[in-house]
Structure formats: structure tokens, C-alpha cells
Design a binder for this molecule. Sequence first.
Ligand SMILES: [Zn+2]
Length: 190
Amino acid sequence: MQGNADMAATGRRASARIVMASRLLALLGCAAILCSVLPSLGTADDIPTPDEYVNHVGGDAQIVAPGQLKLDGQSMVCGQRPTVLDSQLDDYGAAYPGFLILNPRLLTRTSTAVKMWIFAHECGHQFRGPDEETADCFAVQRGKRQGWLTEEGLDEVCRFIAPAKGDSMHFAGSNRCSYMRQCYADPNIR
Ligand SMILES: [Zn+2]
């Protein structure tokens, strides 16, 4: 575990990398809780293919074809995008343009609703771009429309993104949650 100061520093570094990466369109988005810093794959503005990503990270990373992924028995679909399962990813999920990345090792700790929300959040980056609040909104509206995200499920998501104790991330977490509740209640797709 990292201390709060270390976590804050890591978050700042990650945010700086994410802003840079977003501008270059190398990395679409990240972060269920903290932003992941995805490995550099050659030049900064290279967008890796799923194969290149898997070859780069090695280990047990594997590509799951579009529509083939199941989480807790539920089929996960994000258009024609494949998902890379990477248990070494330093976050629950991430997104490059064209594919999603999930960390199956971390996902086992979460409820089904939270797993599906994480997938939908990373899918949101595919269709809505790098903004985190927009990806959050996409995920909860999709979950409500498809019937897998109830009010109780949204409560689980809010507990998931809220840190265990107050720190520099806490305010951001509660803001994300209140925005997601607004989106969930809004019949208009944002
Ligand atoms: Zn994100």
C-alpha cells in the first residue's frame, strides 16, 4: 500500500501523463480510481494495436475478441472493440483507441455491477473520448438502459470510487458520484 502523500504524487504524475497522452491520442482514458500510466510503446504518439500491447507487456496478457468477454457470466460488448486482459495493469481498467484493457486480478475483488460499470466506463472512452466524467455518464446510462445497473448497483459503484479515508482524491470521487447520479436519472442520453 502506498501512503496518502505517495498516492497523491502518483496521481499527479499520472494526470500529467494522461493529459499529454490524451492530446497525442495515444491513450484514451483510464482510471476507475487512479489513472493508470500505460507503458510507453515506442514513440509517444504511437497508438499500439492489441497485439503490440500484449507483446510489450508480456506475462499472461491476452486478447479477447469483440463480444467474447464474459464477466461473472455476463457477456461484455463494446461495439467491435476487443479487450486485452492484463493482470499487471496498475489499475482496474484502461483504454487505448480501438481496444479496452481490464485487469482480471483486481476485478475479482469487485461486485458484478462494479465490474460491468468499469467495462462500460472504458467503453465510454471509445465512443466519447478521454473525459472521465463523460465516460462515467456513458457507463451509468448504458447500464440503466441495458438493465444491469440498478440504484443499488450505482451505490456500489459510488462506494467503489470513494476512497476508504479522506484525502486529496476524496472530493473528486464524491463529485464523480453526484454527476453519475444526475446522469442516471436523466432520460436524455448525454
Ligand atoms: Zn476513464
